[in-house]
Design a protein around this ligand. Sequence first.
Ligand SMILES: [Zn+2]
Length: 94
Amino acid sequence: MGEKKCPNCSKWSSWSTDIHETCEHCGASLGGKDLEYHLIREKENKANHEKWIFYIKETDSSFVRNSKIVGNFFYTIYMAIITFLVWLIAMMPG
Ligand SMILES: [Zn+2]
């Protein structure tokens, strides 16, 4: 258990290093910029994840689900081969 200076009212508030905790004086989020950054990153990660072509949604039928699993599998192998080739080319002398 520690203390953190509130980014809003500048008073010291007890803080258990949880980024989501709020100030006991004004109720503002103690995370401040860190929390903002954290939330933005979380949102971006989620957006990237959902944009992924093989992302399995709750609403997908089992056929679509299976197709995506297979697609994801082959895509992973494909990427592994590409990565290997790039590595091979990089390793070649001259
Ligand atoms: Zn405060």
